[in-house]
Design a protein around this ligand. Structure first.
Ligand SMILES: [Fe+2]
Ligand SMILES: [Fe+2]
Length: 179
């Protein structure tokens, strides 16, 4: 499975660095929530692998500054299922981790992709990972964008009404602003 991380890294260093940052934030968040070792390990692996499907997305799209065309956006949106496909035959990857890789871009109000899941089908690991991932993407610096201050990134997360679990967003404040 670390082969896949190597593949992602060789394809796009920025995505690999993003996975490290998301893992850092997600584990911090998990610790602050008092998760046990088993859940923390699951969250750690889910965060490391969550964007593995980006190994299949052309660099011109991953690094494109500004708005994506509709076809480009459609292609980007294949990365969760591509990651799930890549990992699903691997017996070392648990179903919970596979679920997290596939469903990180789902939202509680059903507006996400690829399966348009609703709140009842979105696990706690996914909910924690999703908040951590959005925050990481906002605060990290990319070729095409500067990093955003943590306060501002947290405000954006707070403003995503209906999409994220409200008590989790409140609990995330401490991780977002004080770590
Ligand atoms: Fe993603
Ligand atoms: Fe991500």
């Amino acid at each position: 499975m670390s082969d896949w991380l190597t593949t992602v890294r060789q394809h796009h260093e920025g995505t690999y660095q993003h996975c490290l940052l998301v893992t850092d934030i997600a584990v911090d968040f998990g610790l602050s929530l008092g998760l046990g070792t088993f859940d923390l390990e699951r969250l750690h692996s889910a965060a490391m692998f969550h964007d593995i499907g980006k190994a299949r997305i052309p660099l011109a799209i991953l690094d494109k500054p500004g708005r994506l065309e509709a076809e480009e956006r459609a292609l980007i949106e294949t990365h969760p299922s591509a990651g799930w496909e890549a990992l699903k035959e691997n017996r070392n990857i648990s179903l919970e981790i596979l679920d997290a890789v596939r469903h990180r871009h789902e939202y509680l109000d059903g507006s996400g992709y690829p399966d348009g899941l609703g709140a009842e089908s979105i696990s706690d690991v996914v909910r924690i990972l999703t908040i951590s991932d959005i925050f990481a993407a906002l605060i990290e610096q990319r070729n095409y964008k500067p990093s955003m201050p943590r306060e501002q990134a947290y405000e954006i997360i707070q403003s995503m009404h209906g999409k994220l679990e409200v008590p989790l967003v409140a609990a995330f404040r401490e991780v977002a602003l004080n770590r």
